[in-house]
Write a protein that binds this ligand. Structure first.
Ligand code: KDG
Length: 349
């Protein structure tokens, strides 16, 4: 009898301790983005993950976003930042937003074309001559039309940031002409316009996620890759590549995404804070990206053999790829594509 009473006492003791522990945790737990302190003041925690490093303009832009949001919300919105694909690559993080297990990511539009094919109109090689042209199209009717397609995919698009103009690195030979692409095993983003464009130039495109690129170059699974200068520098591709050819063959935007599941639970004031911060930090990020593009070129000149590609040869590459663009323009919708081209024509007048 005494023994049973003793066991009962111990069990009740453990149960009480367990409950006490849970309630203690409860007051500081991160539950679906919301945390409350002992005074019951609600703080919403925002998990924001990106693929590039903290030192990259994408990382610095995210830190600027965090600063603005926490300042404007008086600390009621807290941004937890995750860099270098620590939460996974663009597609994995985008799916996490759709599932509501992550709140923010800023992927390149190219991998998203698998979900919203029209995003790939920005992947047409040699489309933009300057970053300012890209800003005008992205921040204009064309860019906004594409953002409006996102909610049906469980995503909210707040702004476009800059990944930048892409150039080719490889371990075989400098690329001066379209001919020089022949037989090169080139890593591309998971984007069919990029894949078909490089195939059209005679290269052997191998799509893979961003975080796999360095190892693929180092192990010579691929001969080369293409990215903006800031990424080639930040991810130290010069350690495993010999040639950098300034092809400037395509411009890649980033799109600032929020989980619709999270967004729909925010107040209009909180939504406005995130929207304004994404746009303001985006302006800062674009400026930083353009400065970093110049600085990276200077720095890379001491680390890898660089060659310019003449406009004449870039023109020949563009002509060789044109059949691919014409084919995809039909698929993505000629009305939207023509709206983009006519706006570009106006800008260039
Ligand atoms: O989030 C970062 C990636 O979107 C970006 O680096 C993608 O340019 C990219 C690439 O080559 O995958």
């Amino acid at each position: 009898m005494k023994k049973i009473a003793a066991v009962r006492k111990v069990t009740i003791g453990f149960l009480l301790m367990g409950l006490l522990f849970l309630s203690a945790c409860g007051s500081n737990a991160t539950q679906g983005g919301t945390k409350s302190n002992n005074q019951g003041n609600q703080t919403k925690v925002i998990k924001a993950g990106i693929g590039l490093n903290e030192d990259h303009p994408q990382g610095q832009g995210l830190l600027k976003f965090k600063e603005i949001v926490e300042e404007k919300s008086g600390g009621k919105l807290k941004v937890q930042t995750y860099f270098s694909a620590s939460l996974g690559d663009d597609l994995k993080m985008t799916e996490a937003l759709q599932g509501g297990t992550q709140e923010i990511t800023i992927p390149s539009t190219s991998p998203l074309a698998g979900m919203i094919k029209e995003f790939s109109i920005f992947d047409f090689p040699f489309l933009f001559n300057t970053a300012e042209e890209a800003d005008a199209i992205l921040d204009g009717s064309v860019g906004n039309k594409l953002l409006k397609n996102l909610p049906e995919h469980g995503l909210i698009g707040l702004a476009y940031w800059e990944n930048g103009f892409r150039h080719v690195t490889n371990s075989k030979h400098p690329i001066n002409t379209a001919e020089d692409f022949k037989g090169l095993k080139l890593r591309t983003m998971q984007n069919k316009v990029h894949i078909d464009a490089f195939k059209q130039l005679g290269a052997n495109p191998i799509p893979m996620a961003f975080s796999e690129v360095f190892t693929a170059l180092e192990s010579k699974t691929v001969d080369g890759q293409e990215n903006p200068l800031a990424t080639i520098k930040s991810n130290k591709y010069y350690e495993v590549q010999d040639y950098l050819s300034l092809t400037k063959h395509v411009y890649t935007p980033f799109v600032f995404l929020v989980s619709k599941k999270f967004w729909d639970n925010l107040s209009p004031e909180e939504q406005q804070i995130l929207k304004d911060a994404a746009v303001e930090a985006g302006k800062y990020q674009r400026e930083l990206s353009r400065e970093e593009d110049k600085k990276s070129l200077e720095e890379l000149e001491t680390k890898i053999k660089i060659n310019e590609v003449s406009d004449e040869e870039r023109q020949k590459m563009a002509e060789a790829i044109k059949p691919v663009i014409d084919q995809y323009a039909k698929e993505f919708g000629e009305e939207l594509v023509n709206e983009m081209y006519s706006q570009l024509e106006k800008i260039r007048q």
